[in-house]
Write a protein that binds this ligand. Structure first.
Ligand code: ATP
Length: 249
């Protein structure tokens, strides 16, 4: 079967309030990741989250999911919000299970918000042909692992999709399907990505972790953000982040 469709099962309709960050400050030890972060995610938006390695992007997802607490400020989640998120950590995917077992979770049908799809057919949406479905998770390449992670994330139904580097090592066919699925998704999407071309096509907003523990909210795609940053600072997007010390807050 060809990968011709990835459908993201949409959950309840999103209300006007999705996520509102008010004066969030997050630090680990004396390292201040972000200071006074403020933003409001509109319903139906696709927010690209960018910034150098270790800037705090994944930590923001953990704050949204309630797995980390900010030192200061509040993150309000709208009452209608149903998040779709699968942790990227090693423990989220069992290396001894096969791809099929990991996706099936004991059932030969996947329930996409009421639409039942045969699990083997569902695996093939993510380009896992029959023999690949028997591969052990521990033996997968980066691209295969990423597809498995997507398949598990997009099995859940919801209206706030959190994706961490979804395009890493992804084949063009799956990438095209993913882009179409995001385009057709009625909820809001937060995407951590270093892939500027993907963000240019998809993002309606950018949240950029810049230097000095500052994060900037911008309405527009990646190129427009970059243009704005150039105007503001005379620099292009940061590659290595400089942090402030917590004592300087
Ligand atoms: N639980 C923790 N305790 C202490 N330090 C942590 C913890 N979690 C993350 N960090 C540190 O905080 C910083 C931000 O981590 P985070 O994973 O949020 O970055 P990121 O922007 O997602 O980076 P990358 O693009 O490399 O994945 C890193 O320096 C990381 O080592």
């Amino acid at each position: 079967m060809q990968v011709d469709s990835i459908t993201i099962p949409v959950g309840p309709r999103l209300g006007s309030k999705v996520i509102e960050a008010k004066g969030i400050t997050k630090a680990f030890g004396d390292r201040l990741l972000v200071d006074d972060l403020n933003f409001s995610v509109p319903p139906g938006s696709v927010v690209g989250i960018i910034g150098g390695n270790g800037a705090g992007k994944s930590t923001l997802f953990k704050i949204i999911m309630g797995q980390e607490k900010p030192e200061k400020g509040e993150l309000e989640i709208g009452e209608t919000v149903v998040p779709m998120y699968v942790d990227q950590s090693r423990d989220a995917l069992d290396p001894n299970r096969t791809v099929y077992e990991e996706i099936a979770e004991g059932s030969d049908e996947v329930d996409l918000n009421g639409r039942k799809v045969n699990t083997r057919a569902y695996c093939s949406w993510y380009n896992f042909k029959s023999t690949d479905q028997n591969k052990k998770v521990g033996m997968l390449s980066g691209g295969e692992r990423n597809r498995l992670h997507l398949a598990k994330t997009l099995k859940q139904s919801g209206n706030l999709l959190l994706l961490d580097e979804p395009t890493n090592d992804l084949d063009v066919e799956t990438l095209r399907c993913l882009e179409e699925a995001i385009d057709n998704f009625a909820g809001s999407v937060l995407i951590i990505s270093h892939d500027r071309w993907f963000l240019d096509r998809m993002a309606t907003h950018i949240l950029a972790f810049e230097d000095n523990s500052t994060a900037v909210w911008f309405e527009g795609n990646f190129s427009e953000y970059e243009e704005d940053r150039r105007r503001r600072t005379g620099q292009i997007a940061p590659t290595r982040i400089k942090f402030r010390r917590l004592a300087n807050v």
